[in-house]
Design a protein around this ligand. Structure first.
Ligand code: SAH
Ligand code: SF4
Ligand code: F3S
Length: 440
């Protein structure tokens, strides 16, 4: 029996899930399915889920539960839930939402077509959830259907060994496994030959690349090798401050293809909290890294993640986070309220911060961050930036969006045939979260 003619994928969470959704799309296209514009029209509906914070968790369960209406309306699309909640909850998810047909974990993505097929043959739900996998499993040839022809994700490692005390990722993505350098090189060459202009290297901690495979960190070499393929733009995420080396900063500075952008999550500004988070650096060490980065790459865009309301956080400790933001002047900050995740170390800590206190701190931090981001963007007014034009803006379809070499978002008017091209753009207006520009 076939799987039908169309599929719909809904993706939550981080870039690894975005990449995984391109792999799922490729797998389903190989089965003869094509994309549908909404779940209501699809024969197969796939969710790639995130459980890094509670909010995403609840939304997912709500959204999947609401699809029951499709099952009773005469049609019977197949519903599959994968990603990090699939990995965490496995069979329990299917028990909780009985109209789910397939649950698959983060190590079982390549099994999806076979699992869907078995549902149609056996008329019962299928669960695939292994506890770990190897790089060979991950790279098992899976066709990809890239969202943009000009852009590709390239995972250089999967999983994480850091076990920051608040974080569930190591539990749902497994231990860190690096991909051999020669293989990364081959893939990058093939992508460039296929017309890709921008590659984003992916890993939960790209800076520790190679430690498991070669006994030492070799991320700087990955940057050099991929840049040598001739790709126009090379980005990467995410960097961990404890593993960011001077060699990597120097390579970034000296390699023109590497974007002038670093996302370097600080998480907090207070040394005791950083220690309780098991982050492995102090505020002073973080500031020294930022200073080294700005000395070597003066126009670098620096963004970060910050958590407020970690267990036991005092007002004075929170103010150290504000101080860090003031001292560094980030271009962009992703702010989160601490969310206890079952199974992590921090979840068993006493001294939870009351919701209203956390919210009040969150608002103060957000205000400061907006001020900082607005100031950094205003400094680009009247400058000319090289912008890769990505496609129509989701909010204003009459406009295009693009990214500078510092990865700043720009809204501009441009003809559709410039999508995927890099052009000089004059910056005409600055806002906290984006710039406006005109083709120069
Ligand atoms: N590997 C990446 C991404 C981790 S998840 C990294 O290390 O940066 C993305 C962000 O979510 C983290 O940087 C952190 O700021 C936030 N986060 C993770 N767990 C959280 C939790 N339990 N509560 C609140 N924020 C959390
Ligand atoms: Fe989570 Fe820390 Fe690993 Fe990032 S480095 S994924 S925050 S455990
Ligand atoms: Fe979320 Fe999983 Fe990524 S928990 S942040 S989708 S690794």
């Amino acid at each position: 029996m076939g799987l039908g003619s169309s599929y719909f994928i809904r993706t939550f969470g981080c870039q690894m899930n975005k990449y995984d959704s391109e792999r799922v799309a490729g797998l389903l296209q190989a089965e003869g399915l094509s994309p549908a514009s909404s779940p209501d029209e699809a024969d197969v509906i796939v969710f790639l889920t995130c459980c890094v914070r509670e909010g995403a968790d609840e939304r997912l369960y709500g959204q999947v539960a609401s699809l029951k209406r499709l099952k009773t309306a005469g049609r019977s699309p197949l519903i599959a839930v994968g990603g990090c909640i699939g990995q965490r909850d496995g069979e329990a998810l299917q028990k909780r939402i009985p109209h789910v047909d397939v649950v698959f974990g983060t190590h079982d993505l390549h099994e999806l077509p076979r699992l869907l097929q078995r549902v149609t043959e056996e008329s019962r739900p299928q669960i695939a959830r292994r506890d770990s996998s190897s790089m060979a499993d991950f790279t098992r040839v899976v066709p990809e259907r890239r969202e943009h022809a000009f852009h590709a994700w390239l995972p250089i490692s999967v999983g994480c060994d850091n076990f920051c005390s608040y974080c569930i990722v190591p539990f749902v993505r497994g231990r860190e496994i690096s991909r051999p350098l020669a293989e990364i090189d081959d893939i990058a060459r093939a992508l460039v030959a296929d017309g890709v202009r921008e590659i984003t290297l992916l890993g939960q901690n790209v800076n520790s690349y190679g430690r498991d495979l070669y006994g030492e960190q070799r991320f700087a070499e990955v940057l050099e090798a991929v840049a040598a393929t001739g790709v126009s733009r090379l980005g990467f995420a995410t960097s961990h401050p404890k593993d960011l080396t001077s060699a990597t900063i120097t390579t970034m500075a000296q390699t023109p293809a590497v974007l002038r952008y670093l996302h370097l999550p600080a998480q907090h500004g207070n040394d005791e909290i950083l220690q309780a988070m098991r982050r492995g650096y102090t505020q002073a060490q973080y500031r020294a890294l930022a200073a080294e980065l700005r000395a070597q790459i003066p126009d670098v865009t620096l963004s970060t993640d910050l958590i407020v309301g970690f267990p036991g956080e005092t007002e004075a400790q929170f103010e150290d986070t504000l101080e860090l933001v003031r001292a560094i002047g980030f271009d962009q900050v992703f702010t989160f309220i601490y969310s206890p995740r079952a199974g992590t170390r921090a979840a068993s800590l006493a001294d939870r911060i009351p919701r209203d206190v956390a919210l009040e701190r969150f608002e103060r931090l957000t205000e400061l961050v907006q001020h900082s981001a607005a100031g950094r963007n205003a400094a680009l007014l009247d400058s000319t930036q090289s912008v890769l034009i990505e496609g129509p803006s989701k909010r204003e379809p009459a406009l295009m969006t693009g990214r500078t070499r510092g990865y700043k978002l720009v809204h501009l008017k441009a003809p559709a045939d410039l999508i995927g091209q890099e052009r000089a753009v004059r910056i005409t207006a600055a806002h906290p979260f984006y710039l406006e520009g005109t083709l120069a």
